[in-house]
Design a protein around this ligand. Structure first.
Ligand code: FES
Ligand SMILES: [Fe+2]
Length: 368
């Protein structure tokens, strides 16, 4: 056999043969709310490109402070509108200066003396809202936006919200690999330096059409730095609940340390993940006193670059290596020891299939 022969790429969704191949080719249902950016990353008068599953979106904040999002293509010569600039509450294209309102309507083409452009089609817009300091966007059918909710996090919306932070990473990997990673605690070896979890034993798992719920008995936060701040008398750090609640993921350790992971699928090989962590309190080392909120927040702010980010970067290295390997070995039989992993893959694939089926006009409908 010729060694220089190129290996065929992984199969497309329709050709995929097993749950792993299906999941690795699946997108995420655009008819959900997705985190696309931090609220404070876009100032009034700024525009930024964000991408949801190969669709480029111009996200901008008008001078009145309101956010808006529209398809990032000028209907005139298809330039990205993000090459342009915010003008009051509109977005103006860089090339001929056409200006679009936040409803996607062409409002001004006065820079052109060649007459009125004959366009019927407006620029597609997307609903956006801000929760938990994050910008959420609904990339699907705007009419359905009201049917789906952003996850409720009462610990952050109550009168005395928990200390929290968000870490985000963009990885060269498929979103389904991220889900396998963040729910599967068999990879303690990768984190042997920081020991966020050790000796995990899957104790329960169940699935329905929208989620996979599981629990592990495991020793949480065993690292040298993180371990000293966790109050093991108050918080059960030997047990964790996790849930892939499509399309999000959450964890709960002893009702005191919680986390949501919000994925932004960019394309088959790129995923941005926003990890939102929140803690009710930590313990002051050696005197075993519950930390006041300001101190909890301070410790978290210090721990984010020292502990959390390095752990997540270890995951990123493994996931990018897995993605690279998958390009060559996608047809190897999957060897999976953790029974929940194929369950995540099946949920991802089924939701994508449901979306495609809803989207595609049926043969019967076409015949009508
Ligand atoms: S390409 Fe946008 S106004 Fe001409
Ligand atoms: Fe990990």
């Amino acid at each position: 056999m010729n060694n220089t022969q190129l290996k065929s790429p992984p199969p497309a969704f329709a050709e995929a043969k097993n749950p792993r191949q299906k999941a690795r080719a699946a997108g995420m249902d655009p008819n959900r709310w997705y985190v696309v950016e931090y609220d404070n990353a876009i100032k009034a008068g700024e525009v930024k490109e964000v991408t949801f599953w190969k669709t480029s979106i111009a996200l901008y904040r008008g001078e009145d402070g309101q956010l808006a999002a529209m398809r990032n293509i000028c209907p005139h010569r298809q330039l990205k509108l993000t090459h342009g600039a915010v003008d009051k509450c509109n977005l103006r294209c860089a090339y001929h200066g056409w200006s679009f309102s936040r409803e996607g309507k062409l409002e001004d083409y006065s820079h052109d003396s060649f007459g009125k452009p004959l366009i019927k089609r407006q620029v597609q817009t997307y609903p956006v809202q801000v929760r938990y300091g994050l910008i959420w966007l609904f990339p699907g059918d705007p009419e359905l936006a009201g049917e789906f909710q952003i996850p409720e996090i009462p610990e952050l919306t109550c009168a005395d919200p928990w200390a929290n932070f968000v870490a985000d990473l963009t990885w060269g990997t498929h979103h389904s690999m991220v889900m396998d990673n963040i729910c599967d605690f068999s990879h303690a070896f990768l984190h042997r330096k920081y020991k966020p979890f050790t000796d995990a034993k899957l104790t329960h798992h169940e699935a329905d059409e929208n989620k996979v719920y599981l629990t592990y008995d495991t020793f949480m936060a065993g690292g040298r730095i993180s371990g000293i701040f966790v109050d093991r008398n108050r918080v059960n750090t030997r047990h964790i609940e996790l849930c892939y609640e499509y399309p999000y993921q959450w964890t709960n350790t002893g009702d005191s340390i919680k986390n949501w992971s919000f994925m932004l699928p960019i394309d088959e090989k790129t995923t941005r993940v926003f990890f939102l962590f929140y803690f009710d309190a930590l313990t002051i080392p050696f005197i075993s006193m519950k930390t006041p909120k300001w101190l909890t927040q301070l410790v978290l702010n210090i721990a984010k670059p020292l502990v959390f980010k390095p752990i997540l970067m270890e995951d990123g290295i493994a996931l990018e290596a897995e993605m690279e390997a998958y390009q060559n070995y996608w047809d190897e039989p999957p060897i999976e020891l953790n029974p929940v992993v194929p369950m995540f893959q099946r949920l991802t694939a089924r939701k994508w299939e449901d979306y495609l089926n809803r989207k595609a006009p049926t043969v019967a409908a076409l015949a009508d």
